[in-house]
Design a protein around this ligand. Sequence first.
Ligand code: UFG
Length: 344
Amino acid sequence: MKTTPHILVTGGTGYIGSHTVVELLIENYEVTIVDNLSRSNANVLDSITAITGKTPNFVQLDLCNADAVTTFFNAYSTPFDAIIHFAAYKAVGESVQEPLLYYHNNVVSMINLLQAANTNGCNKIVFSSSCTVYGQSASLPVTELTPRLTAESPYGNTKQICEDILRDTVNATNIQCISLRYFNPIGAHSSALMGELPLGVPNNLVPFITQTAIGKRASLSIFGNDYNTIDGTCVRDYIHVMDLAQAHIKAVEVLLATNQAHHYDIINIGTGVGSSVLQAVNAFEKAANLKLNYSYSPRRSGDVEAMYANVDKAKAVLNFSSQYSLEDALLHQWQWEQALQRNG
Ligand code: UFG
């Protein structure tokens, strides 16, 4: 009798994917990763093994190649019990410069995956969505019923489009799906063996903070201090990547337990707490016990003023709530930055 659910993790060598693979292995799931390694490094597999003592199956595969995806699925006589679909490009600014790259990569890969999964009787999917689908909501915190606004970027639009493709596919097939709308993922594994790998100059706040602290960048620019917030800087809901990983385990558990046809759900994954950029900088200074060079710059175009989650549904449906504090997440990312420097 089969006892160990087999989970396919697309994009499993990426930032959130790799942390989720660690949690899946710790919970004794069998894991197969597919990743084209275009934005990640196969070395992360060694880190996963160092942390868990287990090695996930790994197949290098481009989900945009429909034939290759079909061949991959056909090689398994028993369907995967569930898929967690992380594989996607995620840089907002790059998506504005290269919209076709983003629409092609993020949407075509999703369609190929759904077609192959449906054909092969693999019908439970957890999807990586984003709070970017809400835009600047008029009311905060945002709930899952808060209307989506026109996306601010092609990246954000790919998340909206993929959510819609999933909803329509669930209506028409046996596929069941939970879309998780992440707020701002930050942090690294508490072992300092794994974290986000930097690609050029960081766009995101926390890698910019840690790279400034370690001396790779001269100073952090805080974009805007004239917003209508507690201290004039933008407010976000920063969630530790290890908490986010746990949310995926809970979502898989819920999907594996449900027999409900046409099950499609959308769930916010955040902490429920908004922190300003300045509060994040202060929390970092406290966690790392140092002073950070920073100054104020004009607003960054496309930034929303404030965004944080209502997390009631995550608690009710997934029994999930975040465990790590903002300072924990910042400390872990700082330890990861220091480990990167030690290892050259
Ligand atoms: N910020 C700075 N200086 C920097 C970088 C960022 O002040 O050098 C500020 C931004 O202006 C913003 C806050 O820090 O106010 C957070 O910015 P991030 O770039 O870290 O995160 P965003 O909220 O802009 O974007 C994140 C993800 C996106 C996702 C979006 C959803 O990176 O993938 O959340 O709202 F779409």
